[in-house]
Design a protein around this ligand. Structure first.
Ligand SMILES: [Zn+2]
Length: 339
C-alpha cells in the first residue's frame, strides 16, 4: 500500500472515532437486541441509542468526513486515523453476526479513506470472539485499504494474554498491520457508574491490564514485529511500571511463569498516544517510552478527549526534533513500519 503522500502532511492523529450516519437495523437483522442505533432527531445531531436507552449524544462530526475536515482546519492535526467507537465492538454477540457488523463498519471506513486518501487512514474492527473469522476479516480488510485494527483491552473479560488470540497476532504480523488497543468493557463497571468512574478510573486501569497481559504472556516476544499502540498514554501503566517491575522481581513465581524477561525491557517496544491531559505526564511518558514512541491521539470527537487535538504538544514546548517526531513520523512508523 502506498503511503508516500502522508510524508507531506503536518500531523497525524491516531485516535479518532467514527460511526456510519446510517446503519442497518441490527436487532431486526440478527433477531436480538443490544445494538447501537442512531436517532437523527434534528439536523447535525443524533442520539446514540442502545435498544431504547439513551447512550450518548453525538454531532455530525462523528459521522461526516466533510465536517471532520472542516474542523481539522482549527487543529494541529490534518490527518485522522479512523476507528469505530468501542461500543460497536460487539464481542459478546454471535461471532457470525459480529463479522457482518464489523464488515459493514470496515467497508464504511474504507470508503472514506478511498474518497479522501490524504486526510484519513483506516483501522478496522474484527470479531475477536472467533479467531478464524477475525483472521478472515483481517485479510479482507487489508484488500480494501484498511491498514490495521483497533481492539478492546479485554475480550469478554478474557485477557489479551490468552493463546486463543495467537493466530490473530500472527496474521497481523504477517500482513504488517498494526494494532491499536482501546480500553473497553471496563473492569468493575457495574460498581462505577456514579461520577463517570468507569471512564475515569477503570479505563486507565484497562490499558495497564492490556499492556501487562501482553508483557507477561510473552506476546511481544513471540510477535516481535507486531506494532502495538495504546490509548490514553497507556493509562495507569506508566505511573505504576515501578510497581509492576517490583512485583516481577519479588514474586517471579506469580509473574514470570510465561515470560522470563522483565517488564521494563519492553519500555520503548510499543507506542502510546498523547492523550494524558497533563503536560508533566506527557513529558514523563516521553522519557519513559522514548521520543520515538509517542503519537498524537485526541479521542476526537468526544468530550473526554483533547478538544483541540494536538494542543498538548504545543503547550509542552518540546524541542523541534521531538515535536516533529510526535506530530507525524512516529505515527507513520507505527502504522506502516519502517518507512
Ligand atoms: Zn477513544
Amino acid at each position: 500500500m502506498c503511503h508516500a503522500h502522508f510524508h507531506d502532511s503536518q500531523a497525524i492523529d491516531i485516535h479518532t472515532h467514527i460511526i456510519p450516519e446510517k446503519m442497518p437495523n441490527w436487532a431486526e437483522k440478527f433477531g436480538y437486541g443490544g445494538f447501537v442505533s442512531l436517532d437523527h432527531y434534528k439536523s447535525g445531531c443524533a442520539r446514540m441509542m442502545i435498544d431504547n436507552i439513551f447512550f450518548r449524544e453525538i454531532m455530525a462530526n462523528c459521522w461526516s468526513p466533510e465536517v471532520r475536515m472542516s474542523e481539522m482546519k482549527n487543529f494541529l492535526t490534518d490527518v485522522q486515523v479512523l476507528s469505530t467507537i468501542p461500543v460497536m465492538f460487539n464481542y459478546h454477540i454471535a461471532a457470525q453476526d459480529c463479522l457482518a457488523l464489523s464488515q459493514f463498519l470496515n467497508d464504511h471506513i474504507a470508503s472514506i479513506v478511498s474518497q479522501y486518501p490524504k486526510r484519513f487512514i483506516g483501522l478496522g474492527t474484527v470479531p475477536m470472539q472467533d479467531e478464524t473469522l477475525a483472521v478472515k476479516e483481517i485479510e479482507r480488510m487489508k484488500s480494501i485499504g484498511i491498514v490495521g485494527i483497533q481492539i478492546g483491552s479485554n475480550i469478554n473479560d478474557i485477557n489479551l494474554s490468552e493463546p486463543q488470540f495467537d493466530s490473530i497476532w500472527a496474521a497481523l504480523e504477517a500482513h504488517n498491520m498494526p494494532v491499536f488497543i482501546h480500553p473497553w468493557n471496563m473492569m468493575g463497571k457495574q460498581h462505577l457508574s456514579k461520577y463517570w468512574l468507569a471512564w475515569l478510573v477503570s479505563m486507565p486501569a484497562e490499558s495497564s491490564r492490556a499492556i501487562s497481559s501482553l508483557i507477561f504472556s510473552g506476546v511481544f516476544e513471540r510477535y516481535p514485529k507486531l506494532r502495538f499502540a495504546f490509548a490514553h498514554g497507556g493509562g495507569s501503566f506508566p505511573f505504576t511500571i515501578g510497581r509492576i517491575q517490583h512485583g516481577f522481581d519479588s514474586r517471579p513465581d506469580l509473574c514470570a511463569i510465561d515470560n522470563p524477561k522483565p517488564p521494563r525491557d519492553y519500555l520503548g517496544h510499543f507506542w502510546v498516544d498523547s492523550l494524558v491531559h497533563h503536560v508533566e505526564a506527557l513529558n514523563y511518558n516521553i522519557n519513559l517510552f522514548g521520543e520515538e514512541k509517542i503519537v498524537i491521539g485526541s479521542d476526537y470527537p468526544f468530550p473526554l478527549g483533547e478538544l483541540s487535538p494536538g494542543n498538548i504538544l504545543a503547550k509542552a514546548q518540546l524541542n523541534q526534533s521531538v515535536y516533529e517526531k510526535i506530530k507525524k513520523n512516529n505515527a507513520l512508523s507505527w502504522l506502516f513500519g519502517n518507512f
